[in-house]
Design a protein around this ligand. Structure first.
Ligand code: BES
Ligand code: ZN
Ligand code: ZN
Length: 520
């Protein structure tokens, strides 16, 4: 959607020759040292601000100055228009903490660059940072590109002299680190950040623009320009397959539903992982109508689908090996047209299970159930991961800081928690079990779509999904609290965060076949 993709490249120039808008040095707290490639005048300036105590490299601390302020008479070694020092803070003890410090620094750089309207920015990588070179450049790249994100698609351009702008070109200088590794990390960080930004774009588009058909079109285009294979099941195909969940939720909408399928194939010998993402392009609640205050945010109810589709894009771009991945995105609106599903109705899901509708606002589980059952029957995956903005209850429990994780397999749960920690997208596991499952027993059908009270709402929603995965190792990520309004960070804007994309790609890039349950 952003035609003007932000460029990020390795710099082949000496920083002394960079004559762009902003030259940036990343500085560790209490270690006033810079890479030897940094112009001498900046070394001297740093010593001075250090000795005065004005700049210590603490987290998110910045110092902006101009070459004329530091140059001696014959000094021509800083040609950039401005210089920015950015603090990293003290190196975190944990490796994931150090990764996050670099993303935060990247976000700070993008923000400060925006304020001074810099278009071309050169960042020199920090010296002696305890991470592999590729990791350093990946995390910094993620922070720069995610922090530089804007969504102004529907704004008429006008002259606003004080409004921060977007950087057009970033350059990374390796600062003496191994160039090849830095380049590799940059490419990976770029693919991940661009995928997450694409997911943000989809979410930012209102429901009248980002429709089920828009999901299908995006996937078809991906199928044409990448190694991904795309198929889309339309309403007629869903009717043949008896997908009563997606069809039922769709009944109140004038727009037809779509079941988007993307396949990433490596080797037949590799295991297959199935991803499923909730693609509810607007959730009014249906007949069980939501209250109007804040209902506009329900255009974001497709963030699970967006994360899954763009994660596939990044998997293809980074040429992940060792795993086959299939993504399913059931997409529809949940509206209250005259044919809409009603409380008390009974539907039949793909595979035959029946469900009594108690609340038409508990629609996410209905569309996911069909997709999970269909995906497992069709692709026999070794593991399934679904992402969905499924319950308001997860916000009550975990707020906007952790994604809720529920799983029937400890190994899969641990992998996701680890991948989330690595990506700066933390997750907290909640229990499942028969005592919760009982809450969705129905007197008239096999199961009902909501419990009789609101207790354990996130868990009973997951119990519903669990009915459709059988014994297949499965994990469900409830991203209702993190898909938008996620913890404020320099590289996470207000609005949709793109959460899940980087975690999924990290998890799948390191995929090893799961060990049979019981064996450690
Ligand atoms: N899309 C909502 C969940 C949601 C709510 C996400 C608030 C983000 C913020 C979902 O379809 C829903 O409405 N769930 C109901 C389920 C209930 C009726 C059992 C909920 O959480 O209230
Ligand atoms: Zn709902
Ligand atoms: Zn919903």
């Amino acid at each position: 959607m952003h035609d003007d993709v932000v460029a990020i490249k390795m710099s082949d120039k000496n920083p002394r020759e960079f004559s762009g808008d902003l030259l940036v040095c990343v500085v560790e707290e209490d270690i006033p040292q810079l890479a030897s490639e940094v112009p001498g005048a900046i070394h001297r300036a740093l010593q001075q601000v250090w000795s005065t105590g004005d700049f210590k490299g603490s987290k998110e601390q910045t110092l902006l100055f101009y070459p004329g302020m530091i140059a001696t008479e014959n000094d021509t070694e800083v040609r950039a228009k401005r210089v920015l020092l950015v603090g990293l803070g003290k190196q975190d003890e944990a490796i994931n903490g150090r990764r996050e410090q670099l993303r935060l620094a990247g976000g700070t750089i993008a923000k400060q660059a925006g304020i001074v309207k810099a278009k071309e920015v050169l960042v020199i990588l920090p010296k002696d940072y305890l991470l592999e070179a590729a990791d350093i450049s990946q995390c910094l790249t993620e922070g720069l590109l995610l922090g530089n994100y804007r969504f102004e698609f529907h704004k008429t351009p006008k002259d606003e002299p004080d409004k921060p702008t977007r950087v057009e070109r970033f350059f990374l200088h390796d600062g003496g680190l191994a160039g090849g590794a830095v380049r590799k990390g940059l490419q990976r960080g770029k693919a991940l950040a661009e995928a997450a930004c694409a997911a943000r774009d989809m979410a930012n588009q209102p429901g009248n623009h980002w429709t089920p058909a828009a999901f299908a079109d995006y996937a078809k285009k991906l199928g044409k320009k990448s190694s991904l294979k795309c198929k889309v099941l339309d309403k007629a195909a869903m009717q043949k397959l008896c997908m009563g969940g997606i069809l039922g939720v769709n009944q109140g909408s004038a727009l037809p539903p779509q079941l988007v399928i993307l396949e990433y194939k490596t080797d037949k010998k590799n295991p297959t992982v199935l991803l499923v993402g909730k693609g509810l392009t607007f959730d009014s609640g249906g007949i069980s109508l939501k209250p109007p205050a804040g209902m506009e945010d329900m255009k974001y109810d497709m963030c699970g689908g967006a994360a899954v589709i763009t994660a596939m894009q990044a998997l293809a771009e980074t040429e992940v090996s060792g795993v086959n991945v299939v993504a399913l995105i059931p997409a529809t609106e949940n509206l209250s047209g005259s044919a809409a599903l009603k409380p008390g109705d009974v539907i039949r899901h793909f595979g035959g299970k029946t469900s009594e509708i108690i609340n038409t606002d508990a629609e996410g589980r209905l569309i996911l159930a069909d997709a999970l059952a269909y995906g497992i029957a069709t692709y026999a995956p070794e593991a399934v991961i679904d992402l969905a903005t499924l319950t308001g209850a997860v916000i009550i429990g975990l707020g906007h800081h952790y994604t809720g994780l529920l799983a029937n397999n400890d190994q899969l749960a641990t992998r996701l928690i680890d991948a989330g920690a690595q990506a700066g997208e933390p997750m907290w596991r909640l229990p499942l079990g028969p005592e919760y499952r009982k809450q969705i027993d129905s007197r008239v059908a096999d199961i009902k779509n909501a419990g009789s009270d609101r207790s354990a709402g996130t868990i009973t929603a997951a119990c519903y999904l669990q009915e459709f995965v059988g014994e297949t190792p499965w994990a469900h990520l409830d991203i209702a609290g993190t898909a938008w309004d996620f913890t404020e960070k320099t590289y996470i804007p207000k609005g949709p965060s793109g959460t899940g994309v980087r975690t999924l790609v990290d998890c799948l890039s390191q995929w090893e076949p799961l060990k049979p349950a019981g064996k450690k």
